[in-house]
Ligand binder design. Structure first.
Ligand code: 8GT
Ligand code: MN
Length: 575
């Protein structure tokens, strides 16, 4: 028995996968005591997901969460049980697996020998009985029986009834805010795991439960409907636009070609109403939708969509330029914004340390370049360059390409990279302020030419300006240095978004920024409607107390939300 536990008066639970509540450093001794709460003992528990149904897993986690942190506990001198995200950091491993072979596939055997490996009943009984139970009767794997007993937290005499009841007043958080997140480097390097699409359903009301491929069997219909959607957006009709976005998302996941034979089934899908049916019938008989044809032929649509291709010009500005100023062409916009004079003047007075703000005149001058699609190989070169500069600032930074690239697009409109740091104990400090440091550095190298400040920049799609999350970001204009192997190859300005995430936000940032937009929208909706949780790229939090639940991988984000995992190539719920 561990001598440490003898000093430990009692026992309570806290949720392990949460932002608050775990100790800052993995190096700390097992069962160590938080400085600020002498007399309170931490026991870290890792729950193995294999062989546990999702509901069982959530129930075990909930059970733990119901014993939320409480300073009532401190008064009683309780031990705090913490669910943690990695078996290495755990004192106890809870598993439903009984066979050694299967268990060894999940947890390293040597590691397991240093822990108490118990069945879920240990967790349930310990909570119900108000004290950590002796492990003897709960050893999960026969060959680990002895070591489990040796490593078991000892129940102490004084800790009877020590687990607070739910009625205990919670007068403040018990633990420090630093989070220990498991950084599994292979997760960063390897391709994301594949999902089992037979577990998803195209009938669901939520995109995040449907398998949505990059291109669907009804792609032409989707593209025709997307013209109407875009036109509604340009006219400022947000609700109508959303209605089309939802219908398009449904069609993206419908795996059958829509024909007279499948029309009946199609009509029953979510967000397919009378209007969609009329338009679909038109499409089936004519090969196009009548309204789409009319929109495409209109000068208003042509000008408004052209204007909104300029970064910084949103739909409402485009309408003003068209309606109030009578502008119709890009040449007229150049004159209106006095592009040459303004850009030249800006270049003359540019600060050598600070990348200049990217404003509409700059965007107009670079419009043709920025509208060129970016092939995957260039997306990767941009990532490599960013990572090598980060390495020079300090080793240990990690980066994942997200956005359309991660969903498998062959050509992207921009590059999105989520950046973190691999040392969980210092990552937060290393990420804070990095946006400025890195963009300045890249600017001095001539790689970043401009930045967009969220507060003042009005981007073409309203998403860029809406604050979807509170992550630190650098929205940049980027140009790769000349290619030494091919110095004559044209260099093209690209839009590159760098998103900086501390460990507790890293995987939600990856999922959020991988999109697609509608997929992410429905993750938020699902979390809110079904799980009383709030999801965004910053993290997953309880709606009732804003406590964060930290994900330790992309799959973990889905597990926490009670969803089947969907791999990125099936998250293409948008056009
Ligand atoms: P593309 O760049 O090839 O056009 O395609 P994309 O990579 O899917 O679109 P994106 O406009 O670059 O956005 C990437 C994803 O980031 C979006 O799908 C969206 O789900 C997510 N996202 C956030 N926060 C924000 C934000 O503040 N602005 C934008 N634009 N997207 C955000 O999580
Ligand atoms: Mn993108």
């Amino acid at each position: 028995m561990s001598p440490l536990k003898r000093n430990d008066p009692s026992f309570t639970y806290s949720s392990g996968s949460e932002a608050e509540g775990s100790s800052p450093s993995r190096k700390r001794a097992r069962n160590d005591v938080d400085e600020s709460f002498r007399g309170v003992q931490n026991i870290k528990v890792f729950i193995v997901t294999s062989k546990l149904g999702n509901d069982e897993f959530v129930a075990l986690e909930k059970l733990a969460q119901s014993r939320a942190l409480s300073t009532g506990a401190q008064r009683k001198g309780l031990t705090v049980l913490k669910l943690c995200n990695s078996p290495e950091a755990a004192d106890m491993i809870v598993t439903n697996i009984r066979m050694r072979k299967r268990f060894e596939r999940t947890i390293d055997w040597k590691l397991a020998k240093g822990k108490a490996v118990v069945t879920p009943e240990w967790l349930i009984d310990s909570v119900n009985l108000g004290t950590p139970q002796a492990c003897e009767a709960y050893a999960a794997i026969q060959d680990l029986h002895e070591t489990t007993e040796e490593n078991c937290p000892e129940p102490c005499e004084k800790c009877e009834n020590a687990i607070d009841s739910d009625n205990e007043p919670h007068d403040g958080p018990l633990s420090p805010t630093t989070t220990e997140v498991d950084w599994v480097s292979h997760e960063l390097e390897a391709a994301p795991p594949k999902c089992d699409i037979s577990k998803l359903s195209y009938l669901s009301n939520y995109c995040c439960q449907r398998p949505s491929p990059l291109k669907c069997p009804n792609q032409e219909l989707v593209e025709q409907l997307a013209v109407i959607m875009r036109f509604r957006d340009l006219e400022g009709e947000a609700m109508q636009m959303l209605a089309y976005e939802k219908t398009i998302a449904t069609i993206k996941a419908f795996p059958k070609k829509i024909t007279e034979d499948t029309l009946e089934e199609f009509s029953k899908l979510p967000y397919v109403g009378q209007k969609t049916m009329t338009k679909t019938r038109e499409f089936l008989s004519l090969g196009h939708i009548l309204e789409t044809k009319t929109i495409l032929a209109s000068e208003r649509y042509e000008s408004l969509s052209l204007f909104t291709q300029v970064f910084g010009i949103g739909a409402s500005v485009a309408r003003q330029l068209y309606d109030v100023h009578g502008l119709r062409t890009i040449e007229q916009l150049h004159l209106f914004y006095d592009v040459d004079a303004i850009v030249d003047k800006d270049e003359d007075v540019a600060d050598p340390d600070e990348p200049p703000e990217f404003r509409i005149p700059h965007a107009l001058r670079l419009m043709d370049e920025l509208n060129l699609k970016i092939p995957r190989s260039e997306v990767e070169s941009i990532r490599d360059l960013v990572m090598s500069e980060l390495e020079k600032i300090e080793p240990g930074y990690v980066g994942i390409l997200v956005g359309g690239y991660r969903r498998g697009k062959q050509e992207s409109n921009d590059v999105d990279i989520v950046i973190g740091h691999s040392d969980p104990s210092t990552a937060k400090a290393k990420i804070t302020g990095l946006s400025k440091k890195l963009t300045r550095r890249l600017y001095k190298k001539g790689v970043v030419t401009n930045v967009m400040h969220l507060s003042s920049f009005r981007a073409p799609n309203a998403m860029r300006t809406a604050h979807w999350d509170s992550l630190e970001k650098a929205l940049t204009v980027f140009i790769l240095p000349p290619n030494l192997k091919n110095p004559k190859a044209p260099r093209v300005h690209r839009r590159v978004d760098l998103i900086f995430a501390a460990p507790q936000s890293f995987w939600t940032a990856v999922v959020g920024w991988s999109g697609s937009k509608m997929f992410q929208r429905d993750l938020r909706r699902w979390a809110k409607d079904k799980k009383m949780l709030k999801f965004d790229s910053t993290g997953i939090t309880h709606r009732w107390d804003s406590k964060q639940i930290v994900a330790s991988s992309e799959e973990d984000v889905f597990r926490i939300l009670g969803l089947e995992y969907v791999s990125p190539e099936w998250r293409n719920a948008d056009l």
